[in-house]
Every structure is written in structure tokens, then in C-alpha cells.
Design a protein around this ligand. Sequence first.
Ligand SMILES: [Fe+2]
Length: 295
Amino acid sequence: MPGPFDLEDVQAYREWREEKLSFAATRIEVIELGNPRNLRTSEREALLASCARTNTAIYRSPITHEDKSLPRLLGLQLGLERLDGNYLADDDGISSITPGAGTRGEFIPYTDRAIGWHTDGYYNPASRRIRAMTLHCVRAAEEGGESALMDHELAYILLRDEDPEFVRALSAPEVMTIPPRLEGEALARPAETGPVFSVDEREGVLHMRYTARGVNIAWKDDEPTRAARAALERLLSESPYVVRLRLEPGMGIVCNNVLHARTAFRDTPQRRRLLYRARYYDRIAARAELKSAAR
Ligand SMILES: [Fe+2]
């Protein structure tokens, strides 16, 4: 399909790249919200415009009590309706990310450990592609728990500019396989094989499926793949477009499932870190809206 993400369509790529880089930010612009459950028109427009430019918006609000209706209502106002029914999510499809006991404690998000670079739902089948994700901080940890974010479209640009073969390697349909997950003898999730970079056929937007995890991921075993993975890891460690912040109570992130990571943290019984996370099959703002989002 011709367009900016077709390696042969150099003209479309140049135009898209130029516009995209004109919006690229190396610092965080935090949007103040009075009540994320009930946005003013100007607040909603500011969130949508930020997402159209950088696939991400960061907000600060005074709402710091436990209320799981907040992420659901905020999402609805941004066109996010179809929640992913993660089996670890609470019944309403919104996960309480907090260090927990039991089954959840086996999974890194529900511990105090660092989480490397990834996009959400990289182990999901294409039919359950996570196009958007939100985080709302109810309580921060005693220390640590800093987030890092990078617009996956900028990662694509930096890779393609360095060597289009990196993009070609990471777009191969068999480049990354997540092995099946077993619960005892039972198959809890089948193996998932797919590309890192793909283009959403319906909307023509770029989707990225990635995890930096070294274990339990089967990468295509050839030199172009190794070179592309190394280039991606390098740029995630040194790019000026990596945004780092610590979510404080009332703050949150809404994004089109950009690359993200988190540092380890330490909390106490008095200050138990709690974030609400919602994952959606919907996307926040289409690329077509970019032009109208110009500052
Ligand atoms: Fe994540």
C-alpha cells in the first residue's frame, strides 16, 4: 500500500516525516484538567491536539482518590470505547497497577520492578491490537517509578533515516514470536508471531509491537534483524525524543500506545503506588487530524 510507511514511496515518507518532525517535542507539556471525568471543550481539544501531534498527552488534575470510573469516562470523551478484556484486569476492563500478591505478582507490572521498553499488548493477536492506552496515577511510590515515553512514529523515522533496511527487517511478518503461555498443562495463550512495524489497513496509521525483554521472545535469527534490534535499543537509550517523567497523584497519560518503560520503585504500606491502566482497540486521533492540530 503506497504511503509514508511504504519504503518505495519516498515522496510520501518525506512529506509525512517533515510534518511529524515539526511537532516533535523533547520536553513535556503538561495539560491541566479540572476534572478528567467531565472535560471542558478546551481541555478535550488540548488532549486531542497533543495526541495528534505526538501520539501522547500528559495531564495533571486534582483528582487523587480511588475512582475507577475516571479512566473509563476520560477515555469515552476521547473516542476510546472498546476496552481490552485483559484476564488480569479487574472486571470492568481497567487494571489497577499496584504491587500485588497471588497470580498478579508473577507479572512484572504488578511488582515494584523496572519494566523495559515495550508497547502494550505485544502478545495480543492482530484482532485484539491495542491502539491506545491510558494511565492515571492515584498514588505515587515512596521513591522511583519514573515513566519514559517515546512516540513510536519518531522511533520509526530515526530508524528509517539511519537505514531503511532496519524498517524492512522489523516489518517482516515473522520477525517476532511470543511463545505460548501455559498454565500448568493448559494453553492460556497461543504463540503470537507478527511484525514490529505494521500499517493499520483501515486507518493507514503506523502500529508498533515491541518488547525489549530478552527472555521468552523468539526473534527471527538473522543479521538484518539483529542489526535493526540493536539500532532500536540504542536509540531508545539515547534519543532526545525520549520523554521522562514521574506521574504524581492526579496525573495521567493518554496515548496511542507509544513506546514506554518504567523504572523500579520502592513503596511503603502507607504509600502504595496505584495506577489505573486502560487499554483500547480504538485510537485517539487519526493521522488525518495532524494538519488541523497545527499550533
Ligand atoms: Fe505498558
